[in-house]
Ligand binder design. Structure first.
Ligand SMILES: *Cc1c(COP(=O)(O)O)cnc(C)c1O
Length: 831
C-alpha cells in the first residue's frame, strides 16, 4: 500500500506540512462531494476550465480529509496554516501527480491488462469482453465510460491482488493525452475498435488522430484490430511488427489472422463463418445475437480475442449466446406513490455499485433512501468480506432501507444490521410479496445483476400512465450549462431560471442537478414553485419573480427572496416585515421592457424609501430585463437599456450604503453582450437546448425529447377520410395511417393538424393527418412501410428540432417546451 510519505519521491513534489504522512492511501478523491471514509482519502486539488479543487479544501477538512495534493499554495483558502492536522504535498501539476500515483499502483500487479481505444464502441467492447471472459478470470474494469484523464487513474486504482485481468478504456480529445493514459494503464494487450470519420477539433488530420490513439499500444504484446480499417492498419504496421498483432477481416481474408464471412443476417442475429490459417487451419460457424452493424463489429473484436486465447468454439458460442446489450445510462424514473426509481438493472459489481450509490446520494432527500440490490457477482472476494464492504458502502451513502434479492445476500443479512431490511431468495419472491403501499415519497435505487431480471421490478414501480414520455437528457443539460459557464468571468455568478416547471422539463430534478453543479441562484415565477423546490431539498438561494402579498408569510418560512417591482409591492412587503424579519429582496428596474419594474423617474423616491427602511430591509440584487436581447436589429435599444441600468443602480446603491449584485442578461444576452455580464447573469432557454439568437444552435445539445407510441395502424382506401370533421382527406391511392397516443391534452398543439405538424418514426418523417384530437392524433406512414403498432414516435427531439416545429405554427420554442402537460411522464437520464 502506498503511504503519503512515499509521494514526494514518486511525484517530485514538496511536503509543505506533514502531520499524518504514515497513513496508507485507500481512496483517491477528486470531488469533495464523494468523501466516503475520510481516513486514508487522498484529495487531489485539480484545476480545470470550470472547477478549481483548491476551493474545496475547507469543506474536505471539515469532513475529516487530511491528505492533500495541491499545485497552487496561494489558492488554498486561508493558507495551509488554517488546516493544522493536514498534510500537504505541493506538486507542479495535481493531475499529473494523480496519474503518477495510479501508475505506481498499476505497477504492483503482474497480470494481463487490456487497453481499449477507438472512436466508437470502447465501452461496449470493454463490457462484452468482461462478460465473455468472466468464466475464466477475475476482472477489474473501468466503471461505465470512465476513460478520461481523471477517469482512467480512478479506474486503475480499483485493481487489487485478487484480480487476474484488467480491462480499461481510454478516450482522448487532444494530442499528447494518450501517452499519459498509456503510462497509467500499462496495457499488455490492446484493442483498437475503429476510427470514426467525424472531424475532431483536437487533431489536424485523421492520420494524426490515429497515430495519437495508437500511443496506447507501444508496449503491448498483442494488438487486436480490424484489418479492413485501412488507416488503423497502416498505423499499426508502423508501430508494431506483425507478430505483435492479431487481426480480423471481412474484405482481405488472406491478409488477416481471422477471415470473417457474414453468412446470414436476420432481424436479430448474424451468422458468421470464421477461417483461421495459422498455426493450424480451422473453420467455425458462430451465431452473434445481434444484427446491427456496430454491434456485429464490436462482437467480432471480442470474438478475435477469444479465438486468440484458444477458447474452444463450442464454449465461445455458449458465451456469445448469453451476451446482452449494454445499457449505457442510469435512468431516473417517476414511479408510483410519488417515488422515484434510479434504474441500474444492467450489472452489479462493486465499482458499479459505488457509482450508483453516488448518484443516489446526489438526490436530495425525499423521504427514505431505499436500495434494492441483488447478489453482487464477480468480486473475487470471499462472500463475508464482500457483503461487509457492501454494508460499509450503504453506511457511507446513508441508505436507510435495503431490500436484498438472491441467496448470497440473504445468507449474509446479519451484516446489514444498521438499516431497515428485508430479503428475498429470488426476484419472483420479491414480486409475489410486492405491496405498493410500502413505498411512499422515497427514492429507490434498483441495482441488480443481469440474471436477476430486475427490469421486472422497475416495471412494477412505474406508474401505468399512457405511453407518452418526455425524456430529459441530464448530460445534455450539463453540457449546455457549461457552454454558458465558460463564457463568464470566474467571479460572475450564475442564476438559472427554473420557472414554468423548468421550461417544462421538471423543476425539482433540474434544480437538483443545478445545485449539484453549484450554480449560484435559482429563479421561479411564483412562491409555490419555490416552496416545492424547498420541500424537495433544494437549498440554493431562490428568487421569486411574481410574489403575491398573500405569499409573503410562506416566503419567509421557506426563505424565498421576492422580486419587488413597484412601490405598492414594496410597501406591502415592508408592512409584512414589521412583524418579522423577511428575506432579502431583488429590485426590478424597468429600462425599456415596460412590463414590470421601477422606472428611472422613480429612482430618487425609491432611494429615500430604501434609506428609511435600511434596518428592516436588505436588498440582495438589482436587475433589469432586455426587450430584444436576441436580435441585432435591437442592439441600440439594448445598449440604451443597459446604460439606463448603469445610471440607476449606482444611485440606489448610494442610498442603500452598500453594493448589491447587478444583473441584466438572459441566455441570448449572455452571448451577445459579454461586456454587460455585471455580477450575475440569468440563464434560461439556453440551458434547455435552444440557442435564442439562432447563431450557435449547433453548440448546444437538445435536452428534451417528447416521445409517444403507435397505438394502431389502418389502411385507408382511396377516397376515405380520417378523424373529426373528416379533415384528413384520402387521395387517389391507398394510404397507411397510424394513430399515435398524444393529443392536445398532452400539450400537442392543435395548430399542428392537417399536415402542419411532422413527427419522426424509424428515422423518417411522417406528417400529421386530420385534426389533432384530445388524447391522440393520426400520422401518414404510407412511405414508411416497416412501421408497426408499438413503434416509438418522436414528436420533438434530435430528429424533429424544436425551432423548426415552432416555426411551423408561428410560435417560439419556449411555448412548445412549457406546454407539455404534467400528465406526460418525465424520464431523466444520464449517460
Ligand atoms: C425567463 C427570464 C429570463 C431567462 O430568459 P431566456 O430567454 O429563457 O434565457 C431572464 N430574466 C428574466 C427576468 C426572465 O423572466
Amino acid at each position: 500500500m502506498l503511504t503519503f510519505s512515499d509521494l514526494p519521491a514518486l511525484t517530485g513534489g514538496n511536503l509543505l506540512q506533514a502531520d499524518s504522512t504514515g497513513v496508507a492511501i485507500h481512496q483517491l478523491l477528486l470531488d469533495s462531494r464523494r468523501v466516503g471514509q475520510p481516513g486514508g482519502a487522498l484529495f487531489f486539488a485539480i484545476r480545470g476550465a470550470q472547477h478549481n479543487g483548491h476551493r474545496y479544501l475547507a469543506d474536505l477538512y471539515r469532513r475529516g480529509v487530511r491528505l492533500f495534493v495541491i499545485d497552487r499554495v496561494e489558492e488554498v483558502l486561508g493558507g495551509i496554516e488554517s488546516y493544522p492536522e493536514a498534510s500537504f504535498l505541493l506538486v507542479a501539476d495535481s493531475l499529473a501527480a494523480l496519474q503518477t500515483v495510479a501508475a505506481q499502483h498499476r505497477r504492483q500487479f503482474r497480470i494481463p491488462v487490456v487497453g481499449i481505444t477507438g472512436s466508437n464502441g470502447k465501452t461496449i467492447v470493454k463490457e462484452w469482453l468482461a462478460q465473455l471472459l468472466s468464466p475464466d478470470e477475475l476482472i477489474c474494469k473501468s466503471p461505465r465510460s470512465y476513460n478520461s484523464q481523471v477517469g482512467v487513474p480512478l479506474s486503475v486504482w480499483e485493481l487489487n491482488s485478487t484480480h487476474t485481468l484488467g480491462i480499461f478504456e481510454a478516450g482522448i480529445s487532444e494530442r499528447g493525452e494518450m501517452a499519459r493514459l498509456a503510462r497509467v494503464i500499462q496495457p499488455t494487450l490492446g484493442v483498437f475498435t475503429n476510427l470514426g470519420t467525424a472531424h475532431d477539433a483536437g487533431f489536424t488530420s485523421p492520420q494524426e488522430k490515429v497515430a495519437e490513439k495508437m500511443q496506447l499500444f507501444t508496449q503491448v504484446d498483442t494488438l487486436f484490430y480490424c484489418r479492413d480499417q485501412e488507416a488503423v492498419h497502416l498505423a499499426a504496421r508502423e508501430l508494431l511488427p506483425e507478430h505483435r498483432t492479431f487481426t480480423w477481416s471481412r474484405f482481405h481474408p488472406h491478409d488477416a489472422h481471422v477471415a470473417v464471412n457474414i453468412a446470414e443476417a436476420s432481424a436479430d442475429r448474424t451468422v458468421v463463418h470464421i477461417a483461421i490459417a495459422k498455426p493450424l487451419p480451422q473453420e467455425h460457424t458462430f451465431t452473434l445475437p445481434f444484427a446491427d452493424e456496430p454491434s456485429v463489429e464490436n462482437a467480432l473484436h471480442c470474438l478475435a480475442v477469444l479465438l486468440w486465447r484458444q477458447v474452444p468454439a463450442a464454449e465461445i458460442q455458449r458465451r456469445l449466446d448469453r451476451l446482452v446489450p449494454v445499457a449505457m445510462r442510469l435512468e431516473m424514473k417517476q414511479a408510483l406513490n410519488d417515488c422515484y426509481v434510479l434504474d441500474d438493472t444492467y450489472n452489479n459489481d462493486l465499482a458499479g455499485l459505488a457509482l450508483a450509490l453516488d448518484a443516489l446520494t446526489r438526490q436530495p432527500r425525499r423521504g427514505r433512501r431505499t436500495l434494492i440490490l441483488s447478489d453482487v457477482l464477480e468480486s473475487g472476494l470471499p462472500a463475508p468480506e464482500l457483503y461487509a464492504r457492501v454494508a460499509a458502502q450503504l453506511a457511507v451513502h446513508k441508505v436507510e432501507r435495503l431490500i436484498g434479492v438472491g441467496p448470497e445476500i440473504s445468507q449474509h443479512q446479519a451484516l446489514f444490521n444498521g438499516v431497515e431490511r428485508a430479503f428475498f431468495a429470488t426476484t419472483e419472491d420479491f414480486l409475489a410479496n410486492f405491496h405498493p403501499d410500502q413505498f411512499q415519497h422515497e427514492i429507490l435505487l434498483v441495482k441488480g445483476a443481469r440474471r436477476f431480471g430486475f427490469e421486472r421490478i422497475v416495471a412494477a414501480f412505474q406508474q401505468k400512465i399512457h405511453g407518452t414520455v418526455l425524456e430529459v437528457n441530464l448530460d445534455a443539460l450539463v453540457h449546455n450549462l457549461n457552454y454558458y459557464r465558460v463564457r463568464l468571468a470566474p467571479d460572475t455568478k450564475l442564476m438559472v431560471m427554473v420557472k414554468a416547471f423548468a421550461y417544462g422539463s421538471g423543476s425539482y430534478e433540474v434544480a437538483n442537478l443545478l445545485q449539484f453543479h453549484r450554480v449560484d441562484y435559482l429563479a421561479v415565477a411564483y412562491a409555490d414553485e419555490g416552496v416545492e423546490l424547498r420541500q424537495h431539498g433544494i437549498s440554493l438561494p431562490i428568487m421569486v419573480m411574481n410574489p403575491s402579498p398573500d405569499s409573503f408569510q410562506k416566503m419567509q418560512q421557506y426563505h424565498l427572496e421576492p422580486e419587488i417591482y413597484s412601490f405598492e409591492r414594496l410597501r406591502e412587503y415592508l408592512r409584512a416585515a414589521h412583524d418579522h424579519p423577511l428575506p432579502a429582496i431583488h429590485l426590478k428596474l424597468d429600462t425599456g421592457m415596460r412590463r414590470l419594474g421601477f422606472a428611472e423617474e422613480d429612482v430618487a423616491e425609491l432611494g429615500v424609501v430604501l434609506q428609511e427602511n435600511a434596518s428592516r430591509l436588505r436588498v440582495a440584487s438589482m436587475l433589469t430585463h432586455l426587450a430584444g436581447a436576441d436580435e441585432a436589429q435591437h442592439n441600440d435599444f439594448s445598449r440604451q437599456q443597459l446604460a439606463a441600468f448603469q445610471r440607476m443602480a449606482p444611485l440606489l446603491e448610494t442610498a442603500l450604503g452598500y453594493t448589491v449584485l447587478k444583473h441584466a442578461l438572459n441566455s441570448a444576452g449572455i452571448l451577445r453582450f459579454p461586456e454587460a455580464h455585471f455580477d450575475m447573469v440569468r440563464l434560461g432557454i439556453g440551458l434547455y437546448g435552444v440557442e435564442a439568437t439562432g447563431e450557435n444552435q449547433g453548440a448546444l445539445r437538445p435536452v428534451s425529447s417528447l416521445r409517444t407510441t403507435i397505438s394502431q395502424i389502418k389502411k385507408l382506401p382511396a377516397g376515405e377520410t380520417v378523424g373529426y370533421g373528416r379533415r384528413g382527406q384520402a387521395v387517389d391511392h391507398e394510404r397507411r395511417i397510424a394513430t399515435i397516443a398524444i393529443g392536445y391534452a398532452d400539450g400537442y398543439d392543435r395548430r399542428f393538424s392537417n399536415g402542419v405538424g411532422i413527427v419522426a418514426v424509424r428515422g423518417q418523417r411522417a406528417p400529421i393527418v386530420g385534426n389533432i384530437c384530445m388524447d391522440m392524433c393520426m400520422i401518414d406512414v404510407t412511405a414508411i412501410s416497416e412501421t408497426q403498432a408499438g413503434d416509438f414516435v418522436t414528436i420533438f427531439g434530435e430528429q424533429v428540432p424544436l425551432t423548426e416545429l415552432a416555426q411551423r405554427i408561428g410560435t417560439i420554442p419556449y411555448e412548445l417546451l412549457t406546454s407539455v402537460s404534467e400528465r406526460v411522464k418525465r424520464v431523466f437520464f444520464a449517460e
